[in-house]
Design a protein around this ligand. Structure first.
Ligand code: MN
Length: 207
C-alpha cells in the first residue's frame, strides 16, 4: 500500500469511527458504494479523484485531509513549485494540496491539473463552502450550476460551491489552476458534549 492509499484509508476509517458512521450511512451520504468504501478502507483500492471528492463532500471534510495531514503553522509556510502530484488512481485530473486545510483560516488551497480533453464533475459541497478558481496556465471551462464559463490564464472566479459544479479542458494542452476552498466556520454550539474536542479539526465535522 503506498503512502497516499494508506493516508486515504486511515482518514476514512478514523473519520467514520469518530462519528460512529456505519458503512451504510457513509455510502448514503457520499453516494459511494459500501463495497468501494470497504475496499478503500482496507487499502485494496485507490479511489479516483472524483470518488475522493464525493467522499470528502459527503462527509464535509476538506479534500486535503485525505492526502496530507492537516498542518498548523505559525508564521511562514513556504511551498516551492508544485509538490508531487496526487492522481489517486485517475489520470484526467490531478489534485495536490499547495496549502493543506488550516482550521484557523478555514481554507485549503489545491493545485488542480486537468489533462487535454479531461473533465471532472464535482458534487455540491457543504452549505456555505466557497471556491476560488484561478487559472495558472492553459484554458479552463468551469461549470457552475449548469452554466459554462471560460477562464484563460490569469483569470479567476469565485462561486458558491454548495451547488453542482465541474471542470473541463477542451483544449489540446493541459490546464493548471489554483483552487482555494473556503469552509464556513463551525457554529460554536455545534459540538456535542461527547465530542472529542481534539478531534474536531474540520468545519462541519459533527454535522
Ligand atoms: Mn468543488
Amino acid at each position: 500500500m503506498n503512502d497516499i492509499t494508506q493516508q486515504i484509508a486511515t482518514t476514512l476509517k478514523a473519520t467514520r469511527a469518530r462519528r460512529g458512521w456505519s458503512l451504510t450511512l457513509t455510502a448514503a451520504n457520499t453516494g459511494v458504494s459500501k463495497a468501494m468504501l470497504g475496499q478503500i478502507e482496507r487499502g485494496e483500492s485507490s479511489p479516483t479523484v472524483a470518488t475522493l471528492w464525493k467522499i470528502a463532500s459527503g462527509m464535509n471534510i476538506p479534500f486535503s485531509a485525505f492526502i496530507s495531514a492537516p498542518e498548523q503553522h505559525e508564521g511562514v509556510l513556504r511551498r516551492t513549485g508544485v509538490p508531487a502530484p496526487v492522481s489517486a488512481g485517475e489520470n484526467a485530473m490531478r489534485v495536490t494540496p499547495l496549502f493543506p486545510f488550516d482550521a484557523r483560516l478555514g481554507f485549503e488551497m489545491l493545485v488542480v491539473e486537468v489533462v487535454a480533453g479531461g473533465a471532472s464533475a464535482s458534487s455540491p459541497h457543504e452549505r456555505g463552502v466557497i471556491e476560488h478558481v484561478i487559472v495558472v496556465s492553459g484554458e479552463l471551462e468551469l461549470n457552475i450550476d449548469g452554466v459554462w464559463h471560460r477562464l484563460a490564464s490569469g483569470d479567476g472566479m469565485r462561486f458558491a460551491a454548495d451547488r453542482p459544479h465541474g471542470y473541463r479542458n477542451s483544449t489540446a494542452a493541459p490546464v493548471r489552476f489554483h483552487n482555494l476552498i473556503h469552509y464556513p466556520a463551525r457554529p460554536a454550539t455545534a459540538a456535542g458534549p461527547d465530542e472529542d474536542a481534539s478531534a474536531v479539526e474540520f468545519p462541519g465535522d459533527r454535522l
